[in-house]
Design a protein around this ligand. Structure first.
Ligand SMILES: Nc1ncnc2c1ncn2[C@@H]1O[C@H](COP(=O)(O)OP(=O)(O)O)[C@@H](O)[C@H]1O
Ligand SMILES: [Mg+2]
Length: 175
């Protein structure tokens, strides 16, 4: 127990990588106003692994889309790495997503016309990495995920689990 508490205290002392302050999200549905998120505060520290748990419809995806800068809240502040993201231009938000955030969706969203390796390296190349550099990192990630022999497969020639692992490699390429 004391070990657990110690870890938590250590984590608290670490840098805050994501901060949500008083986040509101309201959806207009016909005559109804649905207050899905109301003044939500959240702090995530470097190295922390956090699971967001709640019943279906509670607002988990809505919160993740706001934290991941895919959507804007109706009120409140989002800061990533100490930088306030809520006021950034759309282009700056896109750049922040590209260089600091990795997404693994429920559906893999791999590009069907490209190989597993190309799917992993493409966001890195768009970010400005040279192909050889991006491929070296991409191959290392595929190897870590047990996919060293699947780099040249298109998504349709991978199993469902393998497709998900390629999507995980793509998300981790940023880290
Ligand atoms: N664009 C939208 N317009 C209206 N209501 C929405 C919209 N998006 C989500 N909702 C509602 O917000 C609630 C939370 O959705 P969501 O964040 O996807 O839940 P969770 O991921 O926790 O299952 C749901 O009740 C859903 O119907
Ligand atoms: Mg959801």
């Amino acid at each position: 127990m004391s070990d657990l508490l110690k870890t938590t205290a250590e984590q608290r002392a670490r840098k805050v990588v994501l901060r949500l302050e008083k986040i509101d999200r309201i959806f207009n549905q016909g005559p109804d106003q649905l207050e899905i998120l109301k003044s939500v505060d959240l702090e995530i520290h470097q190295g922390e692994i956090v699971a967001l748990v709640g019943p279906s419809g509670a607002g988990k995806s809505t919160l993740l889309q706001i934290a991941g800068l895919l959507e804007k809240p109706d009120g409140g502040l989002v800061s990533i790495g100490g930088k306030r993201s809520t006021d950034l231009s759309d282009l700056a938000r896109t750049e922040m997503r590209r260089s600091h955030i990795g997404f693994v969706y429920q559906y893999h969203h791999l590009l069907p016309e490209f190989s597993a390796l190309e799917n992993v390296v493409m966001p890195q190349m768009i970010k400005g990495l040279k192909r050889a550099e991006a491929e070296e990192r991409g191959l290392e990630l595929l190897r870590c995920l047990g996919l060293e022999k699947r780099g040249d497969h298109r998504p349709a020639r991978l199993s469902g689990g393998e497709q998900q692992r390629v999507a995980i490699a793509r998300a981790l390429a940023n880290v």
